[in-house]
Design a binder for this molecule. Sequence first.
Ligand code: ADP
Ligand code: 5GP
Length: 198
Amino acid sequence: MRIFLSGPSGVGKSTIIREILKKNQDIVLSVSYTTRPPRRGETEGKDYFFVSRETFETMIRDNAFLEWAHVHDHLYGTSLAWLESQEHQGRHILFDIDVQGVRQAQEQETPGWFIFIIPPTLEELSNRLNKRGTEDEQTLNTRLNNARQELMAWERYNYLVVNDTIEQAIHDIQSIIDACRCSRQEAIGRLPWLQKIA
Ligand code: ADP
Ligand code: 5GP
């Protein structure tokens, strides 16, 4: 099962994902490749694979990505090899990718569930990004300017979740995941005998 989460920078994706991964031991976060420098506290191979632009461009030429995009002045992409190795081990994958990446995945008809996280207001989004304190002023402005554009992509998603209180947002996303597990497409894989009934 592939679950795609998107939303503007600062909306709370990483915070929500941390809690969802604790509650769902069979789900792993897709570790993307990026040319963005690591933030304080980020770990190579856990948060991202941090690579040079040259390495990233070689990977593009080698068709190593399921999707890749230019986001807030850096390149980000999902490695096909990484994804296949995780799915081979029977893991469900949670993707934290932007709206351009979702568009590419949908164009390739990648099966999956698409969840969009929305801030209660644009002002609150700005407060959260400010409070996180990880971006300089210029990067912060780029991210806020991109937010409006990103929010216009809501129609691409199966589910819209407002992250007003973190508890409610986590509860809503867990409910969606639980429902996806029981969807016909996902559940039938666990019921081979049912498919064989003539
Ligand atoms: P993203 O991964 O989408 O960029 P983060 O998870 O880093 O966003 O969250 C941005 C900031 O907002 C963090 O400081 C986080 O603690 C805070 N935050 C997340 N969700 C909420 C919420 N529901 N209410 C208030 N603050 C929140
Ligand atoms: P950040 O720099 O805050 O970690 O991430 C910035 C944006 O890049 C977020 O919107 C996140 O969803 C997106 N992102 C992270 N990894 C990928 C990826 O592999 N592909 C795409 N398309 N977007 C990604």
